[in-house]
Design a protein around this ligand. Structure first.
Ligand code: TXA
Ligand code: MG
Length: 332
């Protein structure tokens, strides 16, 4: 199937596929989602099959609004209400105790479910037309770089899916916040930062400050427990100073190198085959990041050097994705 423009006819067709237990790839403001009716366990199984995703990794359920979210959860705490009023629709996901109507396959057997109300108009019209909550992880094979363009979806998952066209303006996955505890816990950083959240609900905790199970078979409370994630085919190397960029690090004859640079290393541009000047503000950087990683892969780069990003919390989401994309694959 080719890429479908999100007109009324195609959106209705996509909604019918969701209602009939089939998959649809659709743009959200963060990244592309691979969606299925969240209340249909067989449909959700198709997501895991298409992605090659392990069953211990739970999905995010997309809903139109607070009322639709409340239908999926046992409890809607005050923090959820305050944060939803501030940030929904948008790139913030809440983990809350689930109702029995949410199939176990969606939550990998966990007693909690992740819910988010996306702001992208295509995602919203699809939710409206399908009249179902839509479970959707990023629309890529497990561990690969998430898609932010329709073409990225097709190159990862093939061309037998219906892919709706649209632009992902945020560019990295939503912030995931665990609201099942007394104090909220940030499970995955994103462009809605710790500071943004704390301005609304007061102090929160980071994942590292909490004990979570990390066994290989137990359900994973967060994607951060799978070390390598969001990874391009090329080796990604973060560098902190120009002295680290010795000639040997280029990999050898015939190797192509890419680089994602901020302003302090502009003078190094001509040392790379594909130097990319990245924006100096975090939201703009996040918007472009995955598209550049996909493009550098397509250009045949075997190594991508990435200038370290600034330390402040606005960059936490970008830094998290860069660090996880640069972790070597375990061979065992
Ligand atoms: O921006 C996004 O969140 C995108 C778009 C499509 O909405 N979706 C996305 O989904 O990034 P995915 O599956 O790639 O990441 C969802 C993460 C999972 O890796 C999972 O660990 C976490 O959310 N999650 C889901 N349910 C959870 C739960 N019950 N408890 C803790 N973490 C959960
Ligand atoms: Mg993903």
């Amino acid at each position: 199937m080719p890429i479908f423009s999100p007109n009324k006819h195609n959106l209705q067709r996509a909604a019918n596929l969701i209602q009939n237990g089939e998959l649809v790839a659709f743009p959200t403001e963060t990244v592309y989602g691979l969606g299925a009716n969240a209340l249909d366990a067989q449909a959700v199984q198709k997501i895991f099959n298409a992605k090659g995703r392990p069953s211990y990794n739970p999905l995010i359920v997309h809903v139109l609004d607070i009322d639709a979210a409340r239908e999926l959860v046992l409890d809607w705490p005050r923090n959820a209400q305050l944060l939803a009023e501030h940030f929904w629709p948008g790139a913030l996901t809440f983990v809350l105790p689930k109702r029995g109507t949410v199939p176990d396959i969606v939550t990998a057997g966990l007693a909690s479910v992740a819910v988010r109300s996306p702001s992208h108009p295509v995602a919203r019209v699809l939710l409206q037309a399908a009249q179902r909550p839509i479970a959707a992880p990023s629309a890529n094979k497990f561990t690969q770089t998430s898609p932010t363009r329709a073409e990225h979806v097709i190159s990862s998952l093939g061309d037998s899916l219906m892919v709706l066209e649209g632009v992902c303006d945020v560019g990295i996955e939503s912030t995931v916040l665990d609201l099942t505890r007394d104090v909220p816990v940030l499970l995955r950083p994103g462009t809605i930062s710790r500071e943004d959240i704390e301005n609304v609900v007061g102090a929160i905790k980071l994942r590292g400050e909490i004990e979570y199970s990390n066994s290989s078979t137990a359900p994973r409370p967060s994607p951060g427990l799978i070390e390598r994630h969001y990874a391009p085919r090329a080796t990604l190397q973060i560098f902190y100073s120009s002295e680290e960029l010795t000639q040997e690090e280029y990999g050898g004859d015939g190797w192509l190198s890419g680089a994602l640079l901020l302003s302090s290393f502009t003078d190094l541009r001509n040392r790379f085959d594909f130097p990319i000047q990245m924006p100096n503000d975090a939201p703009a950087y996040a918007r472009e990041l995955y598209a550049y990683l996909h493009a550098l892969d397509d250009a045949g780069c075997s190594v991508v050097f990435v200038e370290d990003v600034p330390p402040d919390c606005a960059w936490d989401g970008v830094r998290d994705r860069l660090q996880r994309a640069s972790t070597p694959l375990k061979t065992s």
